[in-house]
Design a protein around this ligand. Structure first.
Ligand SMILES: Nc1ncnc2c1ncn2[C@@H]1O[C@H](COP(=O)(O)OP(=O)(O)OP(=O)(O)O)[C@@H](O)[C@H]1O
Ligand SMILES: [Mg+2]
Length: 267
């Protein structure tokens, strides 16, 4: 069980990486499309499958009516063609203008995610591009900051190119401070490197002063399937590297949980 949030400073592959992690998770997974700029997976990877009546945009109203706990599960759709129930998606907002209406609901969702974790799910959160409120704080009015605060790890997605690393630097500062002050600690933050360019992992870690928690292969064929539709032919590299990423992330999550959670009372 792990709650893994992904975010970026500037678009760098958050949605593709979140999908790759959700589809290759060793346990049942729930992918929450929490990007305040809106969701793209239903129209893209799922090719418009499923009713527009379900999704995150409906949960703010459910929260106001006091029915969020009951309705949460009804807003998931299957991510796998077999509809096995093991790969689920909570589709994202259908319009960025809905983001402010979610402000009061993110905390309640963070609590529900903790329950999913207890049921053995890996929860993967696509938190899109961060929206800062200041140099050291995330916006709580239009950004799902409570989901990042509650996550075991927050992966800042960065490509191995100079431009991507430079645009990630301000996001590092905000996320590190936010997680140190309001989350489970600054060490929840790690990089997820998408290997597009020639910069090495150690170069990127040194440049940003953040550890690399995992890396994903640059694999345009599979990324194209994840972006535009599940029925196209895909390569293997991205999903294979996503499985390895899980092994590494799980080690980090286990270590962090042992260090950050109180020891059981003896006797
Ligand atoms: N590992 C990868 N290999 C090759 N191409 C990739 C990979 N990851 C993402 N891409 C491509 O990069 C583009 C942007 O990816 P994606 O939509 O996942 O980014 P994003 O960070 O979610 O963007 P946004 O902030 O706009 O939501 C897409 O065309 C996608 O196919
Ligand atoms: Mg995206």
């Amino acid at each position: 069980m792990a709650v893994i949030a992904l975010a970026s400073g500037k678009s760098s592959g958050v949605t593709c990486s979140a999908l790759a992690l959700a589809l290759s998770s060793p346990r049942p997974s729930l992918l929450i499309e929490a990007d305040p700029a809106g969701g793209t997976i239903r129209a893209g990877y799922l090719q418009g499958e499923g009713s527009a009546q379900v999704g995150l945009h409906r949960l703010a109203a459910a929260d106001r009516q006091g029915t969020l706990d009951r309705e949460f599960r009804h807003h998931w759709v299957a991510l796998d063609q077999e509809h096995s129930g093991k790969r689920m998606l909570l589709p994202g907002l259908t319009d960025p203008a809905q983001a402010p209406s979610m402000a009061r609901t993110w905390d309640a969702l963070a609590e529900l995610i903790a329950v999913m974790d207890g049921y053995g799910y890996d929860v993967i959160i696509d938190a899109g591009r961060i929206v800062p409120q200041s140099e050291t704080r995330l916006s709580t009015s239009v950004y799902p900051a409570p989901l990042l605060r509650a996550a075991d790890v927050v992966l800042l997605v960065v490509r191995s190119t100079q431009a991507s690393v430079l645009s990630a630097a301000p996001a590092v500062r905000v996320l590190r401070e936010e997680l140190a002050q309001n989350g489970t600690g600054a060490d929840a933050l790690g990089l997820l490197i998408v290997e597009e360019g020639s910069l090495t992992s150690s170069h990127i870690q040194q440049g940003l002063q953040v550890p690399a928690y995992a890396a994903l292969e640059w694999d345009p064929d599979t990324a194209d399937v994840l972006t535009h539709g599940q029925f196209k032919k895909s390569g293997r590299g991205l999903l294979r590297s996503a499985r390895s990423a899980h092994d590494r992330i799980n080690e980090i999550v286990t270590r962090r949980r042992i260090l950050t959670r109180p020891a059981p009372v003896q006797g």
